[in-house]
Design a binder for this molecule. Structure first.
Ligand SMILES: [Zn+2]
Length: 64
């Protein structure tokens, strides 16, 4: 498993397991937040997790 880890203040930290249900992104056009299946992106060798923008369903239709 993989998880994200983040410090909260000086004494606490959270560890959250990454699943196919808890990875979210925000559409760069309309700002809508939505869930993505990270697995789909990891299979793409050109995928850049920090630089990739994912459009929501509506904006994706307009862009294509
Ligand atoms: Zn959008």
């Amino acid at each position: 498993m993989f998880y994200v880890k983040s410090k909260i203040g000086n004494s606490a930290e959270i560890n959250i397991e990454i699943t196919d249900e808890n990875v979210y992104t925000r559409c760069p056009i309309c700002g809508e937040e939505f869930n993505i299946d990270i697995q789909d992106f990891l299979l793409d060798k050109d995928f850049d997790i920090f630089g990739t923008a994912v459009y929501c369903e509506n904006c994706g239709k307009k862009v294509r």
